[in-house]
Design a protein around this ligand. Structure first.
Ligand SMILES: [Zn+2]
Ligand SMILES: [Zn+2]
Length: 68
């Protein structure tokens, strides 16, 4: 069971970010900081295959499934 916990923690760390204004730790899906209210910019890049705007942090295109 310990191995599962370690994996879960690593994955959780992958889904957090920090507010550029106040360094509050936020989930990556947060659109605004719940501490200072600053807007959280989601960096995107177009998929090389279909042009869909994908999150820079994502590994697969959510539209066509291409591995970046
Ligand atoms: Zn903030
Ligand atoms: Zn794509």
């Amino acid at each position: 069971m310990k191995e599962n916990q370690t994996q879960h923690q690593a994955r959780a760390n992958d889904q957090i970010t920090t507010c550029p204004e106040c360094q509050q730790v936020l989930p990556k899906i947060a659109k605004t900081c719940f501490s200072c209210g600053a807007e959280q910019v989601q960096e995107t890049e177009p998929c090389a295959n279909c042009g869909f705007e994908t999150q820079v942090s994502s590994k697969f295109c959510p539209s066509c499934g291409t591995h970046k």
